[in-house]
Design a protein around this ligand. Structure first.
Ligand code: 0X9
Ligand code: ZN
Length: 363
């Protein structure tokens, strides 16, 4: 079973109740807190912090950050993030490796970054089996029943008269609904290729870098700490992706080629080792397609902390829950190929960032 014991997808309230439960049952080890900005619909965005002395003042020690659900429809991405929190907490004091890691680092988990979008997707999606309909991820599906396949946040289209229930998919031409693609709204290479300028598009980048409260939350979380490693979970395609989202021969505003990141060799090495654990393909993000304004392209280039996107699962945004369980644990048809072990490797690397070319971790 999963570390939490759950056997079905969590909704927004379940995530929050589980974070409460972790903090209440493990004072001194787990702290739950709200990020600085509420969502556009006024909902709090919660995180848990886990460390052997979690209430001790900030002391510059390494921080590892695990996120899920930037994209509303990618339900397993939040599940794997919060299960990692349960895993660490349940094994602290029992498993030597995890105990030692939690003595050296703080772990932050934000399972639901896009709370508004996720609520729409989950509440309107759980009764409808839409598997296979939107296989392209960002593809051009003209109508998805309900909001199960909503991707973006709930930013109303700039300059347009508000429509009823504008956040819903059906309310906009093209079927993507209003909203900003939070994984195009970060400051790294914002406005470049692989991100749309028009609000109706699936990959709309927003009115400016960090225009959205959800990305501001993550920026402020990272800027205030020494985040030496992060994983941002998405679905799907069984990939471990590392910066950058545009190819090294891309010309920047200075007329020079971007080149590979200074830590390319070391980030590839860790990416490959994680992929050996979960059975995914380890590659540059740009090998999937061009993207700009993504989470780890910003964080890596701003702080030097290593950052990866995990694209969980072979082919579905919300697969049957038993598959999510097996993919976390490395059980069943995923025997020996789980994200649990890959996540632990990332945490181990974050605890010991000696090889990182920029060690400050400060944005
Ligand atoms: O397009 C995306 O944001 C990600 N794929 S998804 O199907 N989950 O939407 C891939 C992003 C890959 N690029 C970077 N992480 N830089
Ligand atoms: Zn995604």
């Amino acid at each position: 079973p999963l570390p939490s014991g759950r056997d079905g997808y969590r909704g927004f309230a379940d995530y929050n109740a589980d974070m409460d439960r972790l903090a209440e049952q493990h004072p001194g080890l787990v702290r739950k807190f709200a990020l600085p900005h509420k969502s556009l619909e006024g909902k709090p965005v919660y995180a848990v912090e886990i460390a052997h002395d979690v209430d001790a003042p900030e002391d510059g020690r390494p921080v590892f950050l695990m996120m899920g659900l930037h994209h509303a429809r990618e339900w397993p991405s939040g599940e794997h993030a919060i299960e990692f929190a349960f895993d660490l907490v349940r094994n602290y004091g029992r498993d030597d490796r995890i105990t030692s890691l939690l003595k050296k680092a703080r772990v932050l988990v934000v399972p639901v970054v896009n709370v508004d979008g996720f609520e729409k997707s989950f509440n309107d999606g759980q009764l409808v089996d839409l598997r296979g309909i939107d296989e392209g991820g960002t593809g051009s599906v003209l109508a998805t029943p309900g909001n199960a396949y909503k991707r973006k946040n709930c930013r109303m289209a700039d300059g347009l008269a508000p429509l009823a229930n504008e956040c819903a998919l059906a309310s906009s031409p093209g079927g993507f609904g209003a909203g900003v693609d939070l994984n195009r709204n970060y400051g790294g290479f914002w406005g470049g290729p692989g991100a749309a300028a028009e609000p109706v598009q699936a990959t709309y980048r927003g009115a400016g870098p960090f225009s959205e409260p959800e990305t501001q939350n993550i920026r402020e979380l990272i800027s205030g700490r020494q985040v030496t490693g992060l994983i941002t979970n998405h679905t799907f395609s069984n990939l471990v992706l590392r910066p950058n989202g545009v190819a090294p021969d891309t010309t920047g505003p200075d007329g020079l080629s971007l080149g590979d990141p200074p830590d390319e060799a070391a980030m590839k090495e860790l990416g490959d080792r994680m992929a050996a654990q979960n059975g995914y393909t380890s590659q540059h993000s740009w090998q999937l397609y061009d993207t700009t304004g993504t989470t780890e392209d910003w964080s890596y280039n701003a702080t030097g902390g290593y950052g990866y996107t995990f694209e969980i699962g072979p082919d579905e945004f919300h697969p049957p829950f038993p598959e999510v369980v097996d993919e976390y644990l490395g059980a069943g048809e995923y025997a020996g190929k789980g994200n649990r072990e890959a996540f632990l490797l990332a945490l181990e690397n974050a605890v010991d960032p000696a090889a990182h070319s920029v060690i400050t971790g400060k944005a």
